[in-house]
Design a protein. Structure first.
Length: 354
């Protein structure tokens, strides 16, 4: 049984917010919508929920066409980035509200609310009103309300964005486990590639209202079908530069020549785009080594035991993300090493060729 979007499109006036989209999400699956702000994540979730109606196409759920079924008649839970709670109810009553609407037994309501409150660190606050809570506590209340309800479809629209760092990290670990035993389709929207990788499951990469790729999260990350998907699924931004392959050589930055990896032996000579994630660009490459180049340091960010270095090249800024502390001075020349074994190659249309 599945949630299926069949060539779903959403237009508002002359603007297309969601281009024709087809995707299938299985019962019991955890699915991530990954994309920048305004990529279409919220609109797509609202179409799935029935809050918005598609301009074209159909939405099927568990073998039933629900395209024109209003959200009130669907068993859906949705949590937004901005918390929504009933101001006149206590935290307990806010969390319990969907269970009472469903006519659930009082003892079962207490059990479920208690379990959700423990998970979300709300147990000492159950008798408070939302106005007595911090913003993070109010968001946790909204998440708990979605957690306790036995929904068929659970939509989480960047729900951890307003929480403090420690709680956000804890919930990133707990959320997939919380939904693992349910038959519900869970859809989670985020702008952060690292969050998608932590959750696992499946990931759909979105760009300007289009799903560019959908599949297992690790597979989508490792094997993007096109350059846009690789760019969406990289933070810091993936490094991209024109490259020319000639026999066994690669020419980048206009004059820098590297030996071509053996895996490119069957790739026709010509012009391509080379893309490399920042953690495959490391400092202290040896002069003359395959993949080495120099650039002028623009920014150095040192966080704990990691360094992020932005350098200027003849083809724009490249970023290195490495372990260790590498305090390059602004304006200094940095020698870096590109690990070509992990380089991705795309043709002029942006399609992956290697």
């Amino acid at each position: 049984m599945t949630l299926e979007l069949r060539i779903v499109e959403k237009r508002v006036g002359a603007e297309t917010h969601i281009h024709p989209t087809s995707v299938v999400m299985e019962d019991g699956s955890f699915n991530v919508l990954l994309g920048t702000t305004l990529a279409g994540k919220t609109t797509l979730m609202q179409l799935m929920a029935g809050i918005q109606k598609p301009t074209a196409g159909e939405i099927w759920f568990r073998g039933r066409n629900v395209t024109h079924v209003p959200v009130q008649k669907r068993n859906v839970s949705m949590v937004y980035q901005q918390f929504i709670n009933y101001p006149n109810l206590s935290v307990f009553d806010n969390i319990a509200s969907p269970l009472r609407v469903a006519g659930m037994d009082r003892k079962e309501i207490e059990r479920r609310v208690g379990a959700a409150a423990e998970l979300l660190r709300l147990a000492p606050m159950l008798q408070r009103r939302p106005s007595e809570l911090s913003g993070g506590q109010q968001q946790r209340t909204a998440i708990a309300r979605a957690v306790v309800k036995d929904s068929d479809l659970i939509l989480l629209d960047e729900p951890l964005a307003n929480l403090d760092y420690k709680l956000r990290e804890e919930l990133r670990d707990e959320l997939p486990k919380l939904f693992a035993g349910r038959k519900a389709v869970v859809v989670y929207a985020t702008t952060e590639p690292a969050e998608a990788l932590l959750f696992g499951g499946n990931t759909a990469t979105l760009h300007e209202g289009r799903i560019t790729q959908f599949g297992g999260t690790a597979e989508t990350y490792r094997n993007p079908h096109d350059l846009i998907t690789a760019q969406v699924f990289s933070d810091p931004p993936i490094n991209v530069t024109p490259v020319r392959k000639t026999a066994t050589k690669l020419t980048v930055f206009g004059t820098v020549t590297w030996p071509a990896p053996k895996r490119l032996a069957k790739l026709p000579d010509g012009a391509y785009s080379l893309a490399l994630r920042p953690h495959h660009v490391l400092p202290a490459g040896r002069a003359g080594a395959a993949g080495s180049f120099t650039g002028r340091v623009l920014v150095t960010e040192i966080s704990g035991s990691e360094s992020v270095i932005h350098v200027a090249t003849p083809e724009g800024t490249w970023v290195s993300h490495s372990h260790g502390v590498h305090p390059f001075a602004i304006g200094a020349e940095a020698r870096l090493h590109a690990d070509l074994d992990h380089a991705l190659f795309f043709d002029s249309t942006g399609a992956r060729v290697m």
